[in-house]
Design a protein around this ligand. Structure first.
Ligand SMILES: Cc1cc2nc3c(=O)[nH]c(=O)nc-3n(C[C@H](O)[C@H](O)[C@H](O)COP(=O)(O)OP(=O)(O)OC[C@H]3O[C@@H](n4cnc5c(N)ncnc54)[C@H](O)[C@@H]3O)c2cc1C
Length: 384
């Protein structure tokens, strides 16, 4: 649903200009330095990007899901590390509080998240709990007006920059699986939190992940999201439905950029006395990529509209994440092929994208986990 076409078009124009004039020229330097310049993060704050999905009442832009994916189609036509700066705040960092938080929790945290004053991280994965996230072991034991948290979280995006963690921890050791898990808002400055060393990753340099270690960290009971134990996993899964549509939109944006670069190269590069774009075998790769991007874009917009209409979109969100992330990998591979040797050396940037996009098939649920969700939903529906 588009709430206000004129305002949205103005925002999309600003984002397009920001990508073209500020982000694309900074791509190489960000990859080399493994750091996003603070001035660019500040510019993202000023554009309102941290508050995309937060209601206007708390200082956000209150975009609908359809509006949000259209922003992602534009914002992500550059290195995906830039999107990662806002990703964890726009996703579970704000949405868990928004969906299940109390009015006091919303008032206390959402305005600072919307402005980008605080960066939020989502701490679910653990060394022994990845795809099987419901088996997580980090414990939060109630002691008076606090919970005492012990455990280690792994691969946590933006943890080194985070002002706040949305933490999933087990409040009831007797309840195995999802029912014993609760969600907390944890101030990153709390005593008892230590960060591991920053992970050396395959790609997306400039976006950082690391372990977050909780050792007798005391979290006020008032920071239990919704003040209800045992709801945390449900909160996380609801937010991940939204997150998967968002990531699928990110994949569409990055794929568009890679295809634009490959097309430009194919038109300019000459072999056998003609542009390689004239060769039908190159044209097949261009056409297949364009077709798959169109299919993914149409899926994402449809799923976003369904979510805006209040429908349950668990299956559609997983279909989008599965198809768009795999599509993005295929487009990256074809782009390298079209550039030939130039696709393999860093000067042309395509090899960087090739490495960057590999992550999309892994996080927020691997391709295999999306397949399981889709098939399980189908079987449940068939059973009535
Ligand atoms: C760069 C990066 C950023 C991340 N950011 C965050 C973050 O901010 N917050 C957070 O909480 N987590 C984050 N993660 C963690 C990410 O979500 C997990 O890595 C992912 O869910 C997979 O878990 P795993 O790595 O433990 O793999 P595993 O679960 O060990 O999976 C290994 C392989 O087994 C397959 N597999 C597992 N179970 C099944 C099954 N039942 N059927 C078939 N195949 C199966 C998987 O598909 C995969 O191919 C991040 C990871 C990375 C790499």
């Amino acid at each position: 649903m588009i709430r206000d076409p004129e305002t949205l078009e103005t925002l999309l124009d600003s984002v397009r200009r920001f990508v073209r004039e500020r982000l694309v020229p900074a791509e190489d330097e960000v990859a080399r330095a493994d750091q996003i310049p603070p001035a660019l993060v500040q510019a993202m704050r000023e554009l309102g990007l941290f508050g995309l999905s937060i209601p206007e009442a708390y200082g956000g832009l209150e975009l609908t899901m359809e509006e949000e994916v259209r922003v992602m189609f534009e914002l992500c036509q550059t290195a995906p590390a830039f999107r990662s700066v806002i990703g964890t705040t726009v996703g579970i960092g704000s949405q868990g509080i928004l969906i299940d938080g109390t009015p006091e929790q919303k008032q206390a945290w959402l305005p600072r998240l919307a402005s980008g004053e605080l960066i939020a991280s989502f701490a679910l994965t653990e060394p022994e709990a990845g795809s099987d996230a419901a088996s997580l072991r980090t414990a939060a034991i109630r002691e008076g007006e606090h919970y005492v948290v012990n455990g280690t979280k792994r691969f946590i995006t933006n943890a080194p920059q985070a002002g706040v963690f949305t933490l999933m921890a087990r409040t009831d050791a007797k309840v195995k699986g999802a029912g014993g898990v609760s969600a907390f808002i944890v101030d990153a400055k709390s005593p008892g939190i230590a960060l591991g060393k920053i992970d050396e990753k395959m790609g997306q340099k400039g976006a950082h992940t690391c372990d977050v270690i909780f050792e007798n960290c005391r979290v006020p009971a008032a920071n239990l999201i919704g003040l209800k134990e045992g709801q945390g996993f449900k909160t996380a899964m609801q937010v991940l439905d939204k997150g998967r549509i968002h990531i699928a939109a990110v994949c569409v944006g990055v794929a568009k950029r890679m295809l634009a670069d490959a097309l430009r190269y194919a038109i300019e590069r000459r072999q056998f006395d003609q542009p390689i774009a004239e060769f039908q075998l190159i044209q097949a790769m261009l056409a297949d990529s364009r077709t798959e991007i169109y299919a993914a874009e149409a899926m994402v917009v449809d799923a976003a509209r369904r979510r805006d209409a209040g429908q349950k979109v668990s299956t559609e969100a997983s279909c989008c994440k599965l198809f768009a992330s795999e599509m993005c990998g295929r487009v990256a591979d074809r782009a390298v092929q079209i550039l030939g040797g130039a696709g393999y050396v860093s000067e042309y940037g395509i090899e960087r994208f090739y490495r960057d996009v590999r992550l999309f098939r892994l996080y927020e649920g691997t391709t295999q986990i999306q397949q399981l969700i889709i098939a399980r939903n189908m079987i449940r529906e068939a059973a009535g």
